[in-house]
Write a protein that binds this ligand. Structure first.
Ligand code: ARG
Length: 467
């Protein structure tokens, strides 16, 4: 297939240099955005009288036909073209003849690819948001069902204080809520259209850049500086960074599920549909999906680092280095979508062992702070209370029992202030339900959080991009 730029050359590109230079093998996935941008450009050229109305219509019809044929699998994007822009233009000219050759008037592949990537990224941002919504919906179901499921909360992976499973899941709901907010911010900042910036310095044609911006759904209109417009990939770096943060959250979550699913913890059982076995050990049921999500995090971080590094030394305006923005970014987008889908499937079918969780909270002295607080409420200074309870813990460790199993006499050996009330004060139920500060796991506060999450999901459904 002929290049778009053969005129000033006397020799063909070396075959292996051509392969090295081409981008069609990976930018073919931008075909829908490329065609959408070209249709807007042609309509604007016709509206401005830069090309005739008739040519404008021919081009639009031709491009729509190409789009339809690719969508329906009737037209294959040939790897012989240099890039998707060359392919679409050549196919258009093949179909409609001379008017096809006018499409590129007042345009460069630099503003064209800047537009295609921006449109594509904006579409994928919405997809990520919808997948996060699905995950939040699955989490909210668990949160609503598990407000009375007591479990140990950990710090340093040591049992610390009792919480509920709902509260623990709520922490992840919050992380994904921030992730979605971040996506919205990025989308809003990527809301201006680079088309019409030309190669770097605008054009001498009287383009209506606001018209193309509005046809393409950019609420912020046309970009302000043409040199910046063709060399800006900030929105992509921001998106990759948001994807990296999402993966960091999914990876932490995976790590916990893996620990909870281990033979030692047995807090959860991952459904058969999301586990795999061992080829040699018949008893094994492994949490591969969670492990893979944790593992793929590195790959997504890598794409962020890769693009940051690619961009850091590029002089203004466009340089071919920027073609390297695609492969790893696409890989990161696909990876995160896959991870979110599989993780949501796993969490929608996972089962929780409430008894094991509750027993674990009981056995781990998670109520020790509450025992100290009980003494404080009876007038003992906190530091003294801390050391009294510390000694009680030692006593329990010696006998391999929980604080609740001590007799009142045993309590009194450490402080005469203890009375029967201690048992109620340190029951798991009391420990959790008295935690009523904003954000704590106490029932009333959790009910407020659940109401907030429900309302949030109503307002920020998968189909509702904007508030
Ligand atoms: N394949 C190129 C890219 O991805 C398209 C832009 C080419 N522009 C150029 N002046 N060679 O960046």
């Amino acid at each position: 297939m002929a290049n778009l730029w053969g005129g000033r050359f006397t020799e063909a590109t070396d075959a292996s240099a051509y392969r090295f230079n081409q981008s069609i093998s990976f930018d073919k996935r931008l075909y829908a955005e490329d065609i959408e941008g070209s249709i807007a450009h042609a309509k604007m050229l016709a509206a401005r009288g830069i090309i005739s109305e008739a040519d404008g219509n021919e081009i639009t019809k031709g491009l729509s036909g190409i789009r339809q044929d690719i969508d329906q699998g009737k037209l294959e994007i040939s790897d012989e073209a240099e890039d998707i822009h060359s392919f679409v233009e050549a196919e258009l000219t093949k179909r409609i003849g001379d008017p096809g050759k006018k499409l590129h008037t007042g345009r460069s592949r630099n503003d064209q690819v800047a537009l295609d990537m921006k449109l594509y990224t904006r579409r994928r941002i919405k997809e990520t948001d919808a997948l996060l919504y699905d995950l939040q919906k699955a989490l909210l179901k668990i949160i609503e069902e598990e407000c009375d499921t007591y479990m140990p909360g950990f710090t340093h992976l040591q049992k610390a204080q009792p919480v509920t499973l709902a509260h623990h899941m709520g922490a992840y709901f919050e992380m994904f809520l921030r992730d979605r907010d971040r996506l919205h911010d990025i989308y809003d900042r990527a809301d201006s259209c680079p088309l019409g910036s030309g190669a770097l310095a605008g054009t001498t044609y009287d383009l209506d850049r606001e018209m193309t911006a509005s046809l393409l759904g950019f609420e912020g209109g046309a970009t302000r500086n043409s040199m910046d417009s063709v060399s800006d990939r900030d929105y992509l770096i921001e998106y990759l960074s948001a994807l990296s943060i999402i993966m960091m959250h999914l990876s932490r979550f995976s790590e916990e599920i893996i620990i909870w699913n281990s033979n030692e913890y047995r807090f959860v059982e991952i459904d058969d549909r999301y586990s795999t076995g061992s080829s040699i050990m018949p008893q094994k049921k492994n949490p591969d999906i969670a492990e893979l999500v944790r593992g793929k995090t590195g790959r997504v971080y890598g794409s962020l680092l890769s693009l940051l590094t690619t961009m850091k030394g590029i002089p203004l305006a466009y340089d071919k280095d920027m073609q390297e923005d695609k492969e790893q970014a696409f890989d990161a987008m696909d990876t995160v979508s896959d991870c979110l889908r599989e993780f949501t499937g796993m969490m929608s079918s996972i089962s929780f062992d409430r008894k094991i969780m509750e027993d674990s909270a009981k056995k781990g002295f998670t109520n020790a702070t509450d025992a100290a607080d009980y003494l404080v409420k009876k007038g003992v200074p906190f530091r003294d209370a801390h050391s009294i309870v510390g000694r009680l813990v030692l006593k329990c460790l010696d006998k391999n029992i929980a604080l609740d199993d001590l007799t009142l006499d045993e309590f009194k050996e450490e402080s005469e202030i203890f009375d029967e009330g201690i048992y109620d004060a340190i029951s798991l139920k009391t420990c959790v339900e008295r935690r009523l500060t904003k954000g704590a796991p106490g029932k009333e506060k959790m009910a407020e959080a659940v109401a907030y999450y429900k309302d949030y999901l109503d307002k920020r459904g998968d189909k509702k991009w904007k508030d």
